[in-house]
Design a protein around this ligand. Structure first.
Ligand code: R5P
Length: 297
C-alpha cells in the first residue's frame, strides 16, 4: 500500500492509478504491484479502418501513464491516453522506451528533429524516460522530464550470472556511461569500441586490441535494433580471444531477424529489460519506476 508520505504528497482524498498503454501492459502491472497502486481498467480495440480506440473506466485524480512507443501507433495510443486523462489533477507520463529518440538532431538540411516534434506534443505535468538514447531529447519536452538509469539493475543481473573473469564492453562511445554505470555495480573492467554507422543495419567497428583472451564478455548497449552493432562487436571480441560473448541492452527493439543474427554470430544469450515486452526482457525496471512514485527518487 502507498505510504503515509505518499498520501501527504497527493492528499488523502486523491486517487492514484497506473494507466497502462497497450505496449507496456506487463511493465505497468509490475509497477502497480511494486508501488501498491491500482491498475486502471482500460479497453483497447480498433475501428474497422484500423484506427486505435481506447477507454479508461475511471479517471483518477493522479494518473500515472506508462506507455513505450516502439511503433508509430503506440505514440497515437499515448496521445489518446493523455487526452482521456485530461480531467486528472496530475498527469505523469512514463515512456520506458522512446521511439524516434535516435532522430535527436538535424543530420542533413531539410530533415525534421523528429524527437523534438514528438516531445512537444506531450502535455503532462512530468515526463520520465529510461536511458533515453540522448539526454538532450529531455530538453525538447515543454514539461519537466527526467531520465531514469536502468544500468545498475542490468549490472545486478549480470552479477548473478556465473561468468569467468567478466568484462563489459560498450560497442561505441555513446554507450560508455551505461557500461561504466553497470560495471561500477559489478566492480569489473570495462572498455569501449569505436563505431561508424554505414547504413540502417550495417556498422563498421574499428579494430582495437582489448585484453579479453579467455574472458567472458558482455556487450552492453542502450538499444539492440537490427543487431548489426552487436554482431560486428562480437566478431572483434572473438578475434581477440574472448571466451563466451553475451549481448545485453536496456531496450530490446529486436527488429526483423535481429535475434537470429545474434545467435548466428555466436552470442550466448540476450539480456534485456522490460522497457519493451520481449521474451528476453528478464530484467525488470518496475522498481526503478515505482521508486519515483513512492517518493524515493
Ligand atoms: C545507436 O547509437 C544505439 O546506441 C545503438 O548502438 C543502435 O541503435 C543499435 O542498432 P543496431 O542493433 O541496429 O545496430
Amino acid at each position: 500500500m502507498p505510504s503515509d508520505q505518499q498520501f501527504c504528497r497527493y492528499g488523502m482524498k486523491d486517487s492514484v492509478s497506473i494507466i497502462s498503454g497497450p505496449s507496456s501492459q506487463v511493465l505497468a502491472g509490475r509497477v502497480a504491484r511494486a508501488a501498491g497502486y491500482p491498475l486502471a481498467a482500460i479497453e483497447f480495440s480498433r475501428f474497422p479502418d484500423g484506427e486505435r480506440y481506447l477507454r479508461i473506466s475511471d479517471i483518477p485524480d493522479h494518473a500515472i501513464i506508462i506507455q513505450s512507443t516502439p511503433a508509430d501507433s503506440d505514440y497515437i495510443s499515448l496521445l489518446q491516453l493523455l487526452d482521456a486523462s485530461s480531467a486528472s489533477d496530475q498527469i505523469d507520463v512514463v515512456i520506458p522506451y522512446s521511439g524516434y529518440a535516435r532522430q535527436d538532431k538535424r543530420f542533413r538540411d531539410g530533415e525534421p528533429v523528429s524527437a523534438r516534434a514528438l516531445a512537444r506534443a506531450i502535455t503532462a505535468d512530468r515526463v520520465f524516460t529510461i536511458n533515453i538514447h540522448n539526454e538532450n531529447v529531455l530538453s525538447y519536452f515543454d514539461v519537466p522530464a527526467t531520465d531514469l538509469n536502468a544500468a545498475p539493475v542490468v549490472g545486478e543481473y549480470i552479477a548473478s550470472m556465473e561468468l569467468n573473469d567478466p568484462m563489459i564492453i560498450a560497442p561505441d562511445k555513446g554507450a560508455i556511461d551505461l557500461v561504466r554505470s553497470a560495471s561500477e555495480y559489478l566492480g569489473v573492467d570495462f572498455d569501449y569500441m569505436e563505431k561508424t554507422r554505414l547504413s540502417g543495419d550495417d556498422v563498421l567497428i574499428k579494430t582495437k586490441e582489448i585484453d579479453v583472451a579467455g574472458r567472458d564478455v558482455v556487450i552492453l548497449d542502450d538499444i539492440i535494433s537490427t543487431g548489426g552493432t552487436i554482431v560486428k562487436t562480437a566478431m572483434l571480441l572473438r578475434n581477440n580471444g574472448a571466451n563466451r560473448v553475451f549481448a545485453a541492452c536496456i531496450h530490446p527493439v529486436l527488429a526483423r531477424n535481429a535475434v537470429l543474427r545474434l545467435f548466428a554470430a555466436g552470442i550466448e544469450d540476450i539480456i534485456a529489460t522490460d522497457t519493451l515486452d520481449r521474451s528476453v526482457s528478464r530484467v525488470s525496471v518496475a522498481e526503478l519506476i515505482a521508486d519515483v512514485f513512492r517518493g524515493n527518487r
